[in-house]
Design a binder for this molecule. Structure first.
Ligand code: DGY
Length: 323
């Protein structure tokens, strides 16, 4: 190949990642970080003669977009572990490789799951709003009473890297760990966590439920009204995985009725246009998809995306190829 490979980068990345990109590639960077409409990406890639695209979960690369990409594009490296935003089957048909960034964001995401769990259980949003409002009149014995987590059962739906990292953090808080996975994990990794063979069995024992499964057509609206009804009354629901795992109407109804005590959400269906009812419900603790948002983690994600590109352009198999 003559010269450096041309890489189209759709969003602004941490400084160290952009520096490495500038050193190793002929790179087009999104200077003002404005989202690029997906339908504009093929023309941009064609104009640049891009051989690679480095994209994020906000870039929805559906079939039409993948099919319209110029033949020069050989690899799409996603700056994320989730890759449901890329039609990888369409990419495979075009012979375009797709890669992701697993592993490096497990700790940061598990931290946020714990934050959401505590924030939802201890009514942190309501408390913070009260202090900011100027209407707080001082401590009262019955103000904003939350739920104690010690001794509760934490159900982890999807016991992969992030689920296991959450279990590590929850054990010292005195939570009993339960989980459902396609298959039980090894005993030394489970560390006493109790396996449930079905989602429904897990729900029945989850005083706190945390979602850690990938977004696929099979997991769309997995937590629907019927399944929410299986949770113990007053359960807490936490989601750091993907918004489409939850049937929003059903969760909102359960939060309104009190069947679910509170929810902690970092991800939403159709981000950033979340269901408007979430904004007005007092018993939801909301974050704007911050799971992996530490400088260390986002830099590590960028480096992993670049490791994938380096391997491909060096004639090797990318370490994290998903299609
Ligand atoms: C991912 O990597 O899939 C996250 O949602 C983005 O941090």
């Amino acid at each position: 190949m003559l010269g450096k490979p041309v890489v189209l980068v759709t969003r602004t990345l941490p400084p160290a990642v952009e520096e490495r990109l500038r050193g190793d590639y002929d790179v087009w960077l999104n200077r003002d970080d404005r989202p690029i409409p997906p339908e504009d990406l093929p023309a941009l890639a064609r104009r640049l003669g891009a051989q690679a695209m480095l994209v994020t979960p906000t870039d929805r690369l559906e079939r039409g977009v993948i099919e319209a990409l110029p033949n020069s594009v050989a690899i799409i490296a996603s700056f994320s572990v989730g890759y449901e935003h890329i039609d990888h089957n369409a990419a495979a048909r075009r012979g375009i490789l797709v890669t992701n960034t697993p592993g490096v964001l497990s700790d940061a995401t598990a931290d946020v799951a714990l934050l959401l769990m505590l924030g939802a259980a201890r009514r942190a949003s309501e408390g913070e709003r009260l202090v900011r409002s100027g209407y707080w009149k001082g401590l009262t014995p019955v103000q904003l009473l939350g739920r104690h987590l010690h001794g509760q059962r934490l159900g982890i739906l999807g016991m992969g890297r992030i689920g296991q990292a959450l279990a590590e953090r929850a054990r010292p808080l005195g939570l009993e760990i339960h989980y459902h996975n396609r298959t039980p994990i090894a005993e030394d990794a489970a560390k006493g966590a109790i396996f449930h063979a079905t989602v429904e069995d897990l729900l029945a024992v989850s005083d706190v439920l945390s979602l850690h499964c990938p977004a696929t057509p099979l997991t769309r609206k997995l937590l629907n009204a019927e399944r929410l009804a299986l949770l113990p009354p007053g359960a807490i629901v936490v989601n750091t995985a993907r918004g489409i795992l939850i049937d929003d109407e059903a969760l909102i109804a359960a939060l309104n009725s009190g069947q679910i005590f509170a929810a902690g959400l970092d991800v939403y269906d159709n981000e950033p246009d979340l269901h408007p009812a979430y904004r007005s419900l007092p018993n939801v603790f909301l974050l704007p998809h911050l799971g992996s948002a530490t400088i260390e983690t986002r830099t590590a994600m960028g480096f992993l995306a670049l490791d994938n590109l380096d391997a491909y352009f060096g004639g090797r198999e990318p370490p994290h190829r998903v299609a």
